[in-house]
Design a protein around this ligand. Structure first.
Ligand SMILES: [Zn+2]
Length: 389
């Protein structure tokens, strides 16, 4: 027998009384739990992309709620309830109200996108952490901004939100958004002047209760667009978080929050220029050090803490010209390991590379003229190993 859905016409109900029809021990998400069926409930189950209500049934915690195709709602609890007994149910109201704000916010956005672009909502996810909605078409950032502004106008206008089960004939004449073909009675949710959609979830009674609707992110998804959105207190929290971060960043950059983007661009340009200058200095420095190596020296092994790859390669090339054996430059530290390049004008550089591989499980390879790789070992041990070859 289907469970009476008290949340259908009492979306603001927080407590209820019900009879326990059955209570069976089950495993749920790897934990021992009880599956409780009541004659009626305020707990909205996981349905239509929305995560379920949580709360209490008597002394038991309700941590998950499901609905089956026969419209039987099952509450998963952490302790048993006596079959046949009356039990008091209390839902987690702040979480439920937030879901109502966010779900109604989604309807308004989907309705407006459908109106202006003709796109359909093809995916919806609402949980305590995130709300996403997928539309089967792409919208520009400017377009989204307009949709967001108009969605918030519905909030200022405080328009009515009406849930109903229209008669078949009435329904047939109505143009409403619907994701799936629904058997049995269809529940319509109308946001006056903004949207009409088939939906089973609890909604706020007036749009003003949503407070704020904010699109947080838009990304291309399966040929359409996925929007991450937030409404009500979640939207306010999101705006506060980003605003705090913007204030902090602006302070660091000594600019106004709205000037962050050009200021960051300038910092990036400065860093780029400094990196170029640093590279020039490094190349000059390795040139001087290579000059100090006596002509005709057999091998030359250098260990450097910091050197970019270009300077490292230049260094090896300069040393190769002077040395009759191998020239190797190791960059890094004993603790963090070294990146190495080894070259030679007339020897096979793969030989010292092989020594490093065998002695220290180094990873690297290359041609006889030059090899490169990385090794986790101490400088002294590396030098000992290389001197043995
Ligand atoms: Zn809905």
């Amino acid at each position: 027998m289907s469970t009476i859905k008290l949340y259908d016409d009492q979306p603001y109900g927080k407590e209820f009384q019900a009879e326990v029809l059955s209570c069976d021990p089950v495993k749920k998400d790897g934990r021992d739990a009880f599956a409780v069926v009541l004659d009626q409930t305020l707990f909205f189950p996981e349905e239509g992309g929305q995560s379920p209500d949580t709360g209490k049934l008597g002394a038991a915690d309700v941590f998950y709620v499901s609905i089956d195709k026969n419209q039987v709602i099952t509450h998963y609890t952490d302790r048993a309830l006596e079959t046949g007994s009356r039990v008091k149910g209390v839902i987690d109201w702040p979480q439920r109200f937030s879901n109502m704000q966010n779900h109604t916010g989604e309807h308004i956005l989907s309705g407006l996108i459908h109106k202006y672009y003709g796109y359909n909502n093809v995916g919806f996810h609402l949980s305590p952490d995130i709300v996403t909605m997928d539309m089967d078409g792409v919208i520009s950032p400017e377009g989204l901004k307009k949709i967001e502004q108009e969605a918030n106008r519905a909030v200022y206008e405080n328009v009515e939100v009406i849930c109903s089960y229209p008669e078949k004939e009435v329904l047939a004449a109505l143009d409403y958004r619907s994701k799936i073909q629904i058997d049995g009675p269809v529940r319509l949710v109308e946001v006056k002047g903004y949207d009409l959609c088939a939906c089973c979830a609890p909604h706020v009674a007036r749009a003003g209760e949503i407070g704020l609707i904010k699109i947080l992110k838009a990304e291309n998804y399966k040929g359409g667009i996925r929007l991450t959105i937030a409404s009500g207190s979640r939207a306010l929290s999101a705006v506060q978080d980003v605003w705090d971060a913007a204030q902090e960043t602006a302070k660091e950059l000594s600019v106004k929050p709205e000037e962050i983007a050009p200021a960051v661009k300038k910092v990036q340009d400065d860093v780029f220029a400094l990196k170029g200058r640093l590279a020039d200095f490094q190349i000059q420095a390795v040139r001087r050090r290579a000059e100090e190596v006596p002509e005709g020296q057999k091998n030359a092994w250098f260990f450097e803490e910091e050197l970019d790859t270009k300077a490292q390669r230049d260094f090896v090339n300069l040393l190769v010209e002077k040395c009759s054996g191998y020239a190797g430059v190791f960059v890094g530290s004993d603790e963090g390991g070294y990146k190495y390049i080894i070259g030679s004008s007339d020897q096979d550089s793969r030989i010292p590379n092989q020594v490093l591989r065998e002695s220290f499980k180094a990873r690297g390879g290359g041609k006889p003229e030059m090899v490169q790789g990385s090794v986790s070992a101490a400088k002294a041990d590396i030098l000992t190993a290389l001197s043995r070859q």
